[in-house]
Design a protein around this ligand. Sequence first.
Ligand code: CAA
Ligand code: NAD
Length: 284
Amino acid sequence: MEIRSVGVIGAGQMGGGIAHVAAAAGLPVTLVDVEDRFLEKGRASIEKNLDREVAKGKRTAEDKAGALARLSTTTRLDALSGCDILVEAIVENETIKRDLFGRLDAIARPGAILASNTSSISITRLAASTRRPESFIGMHFMNPVPVMQLVEVIRGIATSDATAGAVDALARRMGKTPILCNDYPGFVSNRVLMPMLNEAIETLREGVATREAIDGIMKLGMNHPMGPLQLADFIGLDTCLSILRVLHEGFGDPKYRPSPLLVRMVDAGWLGKKSGKGFYEYPA
Ligand code: CAA
Ligand code: NAD
């Protein structure tokens, strides 16, 4: 089954990025969020990132205009009824995602694929909130989507070969490299990444070094493009905490216990770059 149109739910940093690369790949895209102001912010950031690509000579001004013309935004979920695939990129919360997928299942046309960009939540359990688990799959893009090569593809217990094949082809059309893995908490990417970020936060909490020293050591010593505290801010501290909680509960192993400093920062509304404050400050 060839995917010819895409719906994206959630116009935040990930949903915006997914809509950007799908539209740039020539696909009509419908982007949905709960309020117009989130859609306006999402579109503005897509435009800025397309401008960045034009300035770098990666795309022409015509490519940019074409991508924007293929992108429509709306707060109405039923506008997604004609899409071949719906990619969900809303908040990392299982209850909220399950509720949304129940509604998307009722709206999507028969045979349409439902995909989640979840960072950690069980694809099999999300699929069970729909009547089409064979057409359900994890399509985990990396941040920033226009730059990062990987799409981690996660099959649930019931995902069909046809669904996995169609999503593999879509990821390649979007210029990405899909890599398949099985459905375990945090999959591969965040099972490996999050304990490192959590440990960096504990290192800060224990006063082993300053934030700049921790990030500097990991950047210069390990050749990471961003230090772990900077990366946690970039991902969103709320998202990091949610992922660590999924790992902690899913494996029942205390090694995944979220740092109390991370918990307190999220309690304070310090969510990293998107809220203006995290381990670093981000003046508007
Ligand atoms: N959106 C789109 N493009 C962006 C961007 C953004 N927010 N930020 C930077 N770019 C582009 C730039 O245009 C530039 O493109 P070219 O290579 O074509 O010139 C490229 O990225 C590099 O940009 P800069 O030179 O300005 O900045 P940089 O060298 O500091 O790189 C970065 C920025 C690519 C974000 C780099 O710091 C990096 O790779 N950081 C680590 C990112 C990472 O680990 N992502 C995974 C997070 S975990 C995840 O996503 C999974 C999860 O579930 C939490
Ligand atoms: P974000 O906070 O930037 O954006 C989430 C968006 O979803 C917001 O605009 C919000 O208004 C919208 N939303 C919330 N509930 C909604 C609903 N019921 N219907 C429609 N829209 C709704 O979050 P993000 O960083 O883009 O993360 C989104 C998803 O992608 C999460 O599952 C996250 O774990 C995953 N993810 C995040 C990253 C990352 O680095 N941030 C990387 C890979 C995957």
